[in-house]
Design a protein. Sequence first.
Length: 229
Amino acid sequence: MDLVVIEPLKGRHCAECRQGPLPMHLLEFNAPVCLDCADLAHLVYLPRGSAALTRRAREASSLYAVVVRFHRTRRRYERQGLLVEEAALARAEAACLADADVRARRRDRDAARRAAQDVRFTAELTAEILRLFPGCPLDRARDVAEHTSERGSGRVGRTAAGRSLEEGAVTAAVRASVRHLDTEYDALLMAGVARHEARTRVAAAIDAVLAYWRDGTGPAHFPAGRQRR
């Protein structure tokens, strides 16, 4: 189990030596203890940023600690870096410099592979949207697929259900597009209407668009909506 060192949001004082405010501390029996008293003051701080350097420094260091800080918005502790032995960090830096070109080429290959995967998945998702909603215009289906499957977006297309092209996930992506582009939903939000109330107001309009795209029932014309940016 990793040792955990905290970067406090406000100054704390060591429960043993009373020094403070502390830039970092451990918690022992729910009391802050400074790095000197915890016998970790000889370690050096390695901020997060380079996965290869972090991994190598951790592996080379016989003693290390994970540094975390509380994120008020997300209400959780998040990793900030490591405390490692100075000699271990020096060895890790030398190893990273020695194979920097190799790792750069590997990153380029990985990026190209991910891009090709994204193109294939977008095409598959577009085809599935058109299978479920044959009346949906091709450009609109492609736009939905590209938007919802954008890497790192956290949208439906990046979930496990979305990647598996499950009907519920695909429908949810199309429904979200219709909500924003073919109804007054965004205008309601801007007018101060609560999200759940706004969704209730536009639900019937969304259902009408989906029904027409699915089987041709309902009105044949809908608002043009806005172009997604």
